[in-house]
Design a protein around this ligand. Structure first.
Ligand code: ADP
Ligand code: MG
Length: 616
């Protein structure tokens, strides 16, 4: 499917607008042709009395008889109203036609506005829907910036291409065909001239157009990098200023910006070639018509001066139409480069897929009996060693399992594998023996897997919504009473109620109106509110001060009672309550057992305890 057709398939409910616009343009074209077409011959007859006709002509069958009828009609008119009377009537009629033409055109543009904005909105929606299905665990920041760029500039480019493309590829060709038909009727020989030149110009423009598409694609990628860079500055502004790297950051940005500038420059220059080329060809043809037609008129062989002027006028109307068509072709080329880039995103393989042979399994209210990593290996895209390396471990119902170990050991990755943020390269994560990742055996539905967990992730993500919405996330019927209870347990009620709008206070982009500790308490309240059977806490207490931590600890003990939980924590108070402690290093379990057995073993864990270094 050509990218252009595929773009149009996203028009949704606005598809009919394209049709209506097309029809209005047909009307517009007819009015354009009639508008000019009616004045010239009438003027001819009024000015040249030898052309006037008193006898009623025969039925209309060809151009000559049509002209005869016109002459007869005008003659009758002159008799009734006099030449002046006919002249102003004709001018008034022409004016009326042009007004109708303008209205039709505006109507068509009105429809096009619906179509283009609908397409742009639908495309952005499609990207958003796609993003929701991508694996967050494996998406790089580069890719995020890139997707943003494609959703903004590429979609704009496509919108523009659709507009000019459809408008001009429908409207102008009609004008061209109509004009050519009239020209043919006026003089076959002269029209042949034009038709000889047309293929030449078409070929020239095609060659330039091809180059434009390639250059345009480069330019859009370059623009994407500019946006990504801008985004990185915005998100790291604090750090950039504190570390005084403004100059270096600006330089980096300038470099990226410069190369984007060169790329877009090349695109503009290529595109701007279209107009002059077609204009030169057009004017060249015009001069040849004047030369040849003039010689015909001078030698008195068949064509009158007025007819030649009429012919030239019609031809002159053709030139902007040709120019517009070539511009449209260019815009469509540029747009289809943008569309290609957009569809790359829409066609990205959804790495996390629902199993074809899904199992009708729901976690029991008190959680699965066993959740297991079964010989799991996972490598992040582009990494040179696995983050999880042939790891096997189990979480039994009601247990508290603590993951500890050096930073970068793979603890967070283990949790992401549980909720299927990504799938292992080999091995399986299982619940009660059922595989999570689609395999030969019937596997669990995504919804069944994810509804098993209440997750507090390492970065305590907040949305710029109200405190209530942040805590009741994912609940279609938020229960404020339960939200208050959850916030109370998470020691978050005090500061939520102290905010200017209380529960309705917006938390800011990424929760930037909160301190790190507050964010974590909201994240905790959210997990408590969700009330899923298994708690996953990725360093839920790392940003809390000692007093708060003690409070949250009590809350956690209550909340996780009768629940299964996996915690990544760096405070001994949390860890040593765990039924089982897994020491994770380089993606493997190097020690496991409870606090006492591990202390007795006097290995890596004992050393971490002695030095109080449960790294993040
Ligand atoms: P921990 O939580 O134990 O500190 P992680 O599970 O976050 O460790 O990371 C394990 C390894 O995977 C580290 O080497 C880290 O650099 C790498 N890693 C983590 N997240 C990503 C990611 N999104 N893309 C690429 N590599 C990653
Ligand atoms: Mg981590």
């Amino acid at each position: 499917m050509s990218p252009f057709v595929r773009v149009l398939s996203h028009a949704g409910s606005a598809k009919s607008s394209a049709l209506v616009a097309g029809l209005l343009y047909v009307g517009y074209t007819i009015m354009s042709l009639v508008g000019i077409g009616m004045i010239i011959p009438v003027m001819d007859i009024i000015l040249d009395s030898s052309q006037q006709l008193n006898a009623r002509p025969q039925v209309i069958q060809d151009v000559d008889s049509l002209h005869a009828w016109l002459a007869y009609g005008v003659t009758l008119g002159i008799k009734a109203y006099g030449p002046m009377g006919i002249l102003w009537r004709i001018c008034l009629a022409a004016m009326g036609i042009f007004v109708i033409k303008a209205v039709l055109r505006y109507g068509a543009m009105w429809q096009m506005a619906t179509l283009r904005s609908q397409i742009a909105a639908n495309l952005r929606s499609a990207i958003h829907r796609k993003v929701l299905k991508l694996s967050p665990g494996t998406m790089s920041d580069q890719r995020k910036g890139d997707i943003l760029a494609r959703a903004s500039t590429d979609v704009t480019e496509i919108e523009w291409a659709v507009l000019t493309g459809l408008e001009l590829l429908v409207r102008e060709p009609l004008i061209i065909l109509g004009s050519l038909a009239i020209l043919l009727a006026m003089s076959v020989k002269l029209t042949l001239f034009i038709l000889l030149v047309a293929p030449l110009s078409a070929w020239l423009l095609h060659v330039v157009g091809k180059k434009l598409k390639r250059k345009s694609s480069t330019a859009q990628s370059a623009l994407g990098r500019v946006l990504a860079s801008m985004e990185s500055t915005l998100s790291g502004l604090n750090l950039i200023q504190a570390y005084q790297t403004e100059t270096a950051t600006q330089q980096q940005f300038s470099q990226i910006n410069q190369s984007a500038m060169h790329a877009t420059q090349a695109v503009h220059r290529k595109r701007d070639l279209a107009s002059p080329i077609s204009e030169v060809i057009g004017v060249g043809t015009l001069l040849m018509i004047l030369l040849y037609g003039g010689s015909v008129v001078l030698t008195g062989q068949g064509m009158t001066g007025a007819a030649l002027v009429g012919f030239v006028l019609f031809f002159y109307q053709l030139i902007p139409a040709f120019k517009a068509v070539t511009m449209a072709i260019y815009n469509v080329q540029k747009g289809s480069a943008a569309a290609d880039r957009l569809f790359e995103i829409l066609d990205l393989k959804e790495t996390i897929q629902e199993p074809a042979n899904a199992l009708d399994w729901q976690s029991p209210k008190n959680g699965p009996e066993v959740i297991a990593w079964d010989n799991v290996t996972f490598t992040y895209p582009g990494a040179d060693r696995p983050a999880i390396d042939q790891l096997s471990a189990e979480i039994r119902r009601g247990e508290i399992v603590a993951l500890v170990g050096p930073s970068g050991g793979g603890k967070s990755t283990m949790m992401k594998l549980l909720v299927r943020s990504m799938d292992p390269d080999s091995g399986q994560v299982t619940m009660d023996g059922h595989p999570c990742r689609p395999s030969d055996k019937p596997s669990l539905r995504l919804a069944a897997i994810r509804s098993t967990y209440s997750l507090v992730s390492q970065d305590a993500v907040m949305f710029n919504e109200s405190a209530l919405e942040n805590i009741t996330l994912g609940d279609d019927n938020p229960d404020k009473q339960r939200a208050i209870e959850s916030a109370t347990k998470a020691q978050a009620l005090g500061f939520i109620e102290a905010m200017p709008d209380g529960w309705d206070s917006l938390l800011g982009e990424g929760g930037n109106k909160l301190s790190g500790g507050q964010r974590q308490r909201i994240a905790l309240a959210r997990a408590i509110y969700r009330d899923a059977p298994v708690f996953l806490l990725d360093e839920a207490t790392s940003a809390l001060d000692a007093e708060n931590e003690a409070l949250v600890q009590v809350a956690m003990d209550q909340a996780t009672e009768n629940k299964t939980s996996v915690v990544i924590a760096h405070r001994l108070s949390t860890i040593h309550k765990a039924d089982r402690i897994l020491l994770i290093d380089k993606g493997q379990i190097t020690e496991s057992g409870n606090h006492e057995t591990l202390m007795q073993r006097n290995g890596h864990y004992a050393m971490l305890v002695k030095t109080q270094t449960f790294a993040s």
